[in-house]
Design a protein around this ligand. Structure first.
Ligand code: CP3
Length: 368
């Protein structure tokens, strides 16, 4: 079923719910850790053969229905003029502190700044039988790292910039949006079959500030993706993920994506009712459930699948939901046993395959 994931993104009928796992390529897999003993993280990102191999690892081991390019949202930073290190958490060498710092920031063309990314995409398209997701960081999330310099709990530096010098904040967000737009559009031109924005930190904003500082810039990126996707049959599905969006559901339809990622803090059925049937959803199992026993994983998978059918605009309680891509609500935890990730994939497969397909006899009988 090579295009199951793409069909679910477009809200077309599916035989079962497709599943992939955020951060599936990475530290939860022993084969990734083995490779990392010989190569540092940025070398893995910058070497197409290594990035390709790491992208394939979870496809082989877990049997997921989509691959996500191995890279990082902070990979464009050095060519913007900002050094970054991973230990493994990211550390920005010189966080932006002034108007002059922001003005000095470059918005590079991805073909010159990160050609290795597009090379990895081209290599992968020759190897893969499932769709390849290209990705980039949301402009607001990128701006947050540039100003905060690393992990933060209060977001005091970025919010201080937003509220005390909005003009500089907007200039920074524009540079980030231009960089990200080029990165994602070029991945699509190189062959990525879906385009995802990770706007991890956008959920720390109030609804009003989300609409001012995150939404318009994400929209701009997706507009560039639409243009780049012209050559693909049916266009390239756009996916927007931000953490803690329960308070932002009213705005998510305007972000310019046809799929929105949701975390586990929101009930999937309730979220779908609020979002409306025209949006597909991706999510939203708590990643920590994979630290529990297989029996618990199966039960919680059933709950997510049930929620996904509420308000999906489809044919009611039987069969896979329309417009649902199963995923975790955030990245897989590094300590997750790979066999539990595998159990998740198998549970989604078994439980979402209807005895009768969505356009099978049951659905037809109910039509006038
Ligand atoms: O499998 C995949 O999802 C593809 C690869 C991928 C990575 N980072 C690899 C990585 C993706 C999609 C990302 C996205 C990313 N990076 C986000 C958004 C998604 C999210 O989880 O919220 C963010 C906020 C980052 C920034 C970042 N990079 C962090 C917070 C870290 C810390 C370590 C970690 O694993 O969370 C990184 C480093 C990083 N990115 C690693 C990997 C595999 C670990 C580095 C190592 O191997 O030492």
């Amino acid at each position: 079923l090579p295009d199951l994931f793409l069909r679910a993104c477009r809200r077309e009928p599916v035989e079962r719910t497709p599943v992939w796992i955020m951060r599936q390529a990475g530290r939860s897999l022993p084969e990734y850790r083995a490779l990392r003993e010989r190569h540092d993280f940025l070398t893995c990102c910058r070497t197409p053969e290594l990035a390709c191999e790491i992208t394939l690892q979870p496809v082989r081991r877990l049997g997921v229905d989509a691959a996500i390019l191995f890279s990082d949202i902070l990979v464009p930073l050095p060519e913007m003029g900002v050094g970054v290190e991973f230990g493994p958490g990211p550390r920005i060498e010189r966080p932006l502190r002034s108007r002059a710092d922001v003005e000095a920031l470059r918005a590079p063309d991805a073909r010159e700044a990160t050609p290795f990314v597009m090379e990895a995409v081209r290599l992968l398209r020759r190897e893969l039988r499932v769709p390849l997701i290209g990705f980039a960081g949301g402009p607001f999330t990128l701006a947050t790292y540039l100003v905060e310099g690393g992990a933060t709990r209060s977001f005091a530096e970025i919010k201080s910039l937003l509220f005390s010098d909005p003009a500089t904040a907007h200039l920074l967000l524009e540079r980030c949006a231009a960089t990200v737009a080029s990165s994602l559009a070029e991945q699509v031109r190189a062959g990525a079959q879906a385009a995802m924005l990770f706007d991890t930190w956008a959920g720390v904003l109030s609804p009003e500030d989300f609409r001012a500082f995150a939404l318009p810039y994400a929209r701009r990126v997706f507009a560039a993706v639409v243009e780049a996707g012209d050559d693909h049959r049916g266009g390239v599905p756009r996916i927007y993920y931000a953490g803690e969006t329960a308070g932002l559901l009213g705005s998510l339809a305007e972000v310019g994506a046809e799929v929105v990622g949701l975390d586990w803090r929101v009930d999937l059925g309730e979220a779908r009712r609020r979002l409306g049937p025209q949006l597909a959803v991706q999510g939203n199992l708590d990643p920590a459930v994979l630290l529990g026993p297989p029996e618990l994983i199966r039960r919680r998978v059933a709950g997510v699948l049930r929620g996904a059918r509420v308000g999906d605009g489809g044919h009611g309680p039987a069969g896979p939901a329309l417009g649902h891509v199963f995923n975790l609500g955030h990245g897989i935890l590094p300590t997750t046993p790979p066999e539990n990730a595998r159990a998740l994939v198998e549970a989604v497969r078994e439980q979402s395959s209807a005895a009768e397909a969505p356009l099978g006899p049951a659905a037809r009988r109910s039509e006038p």
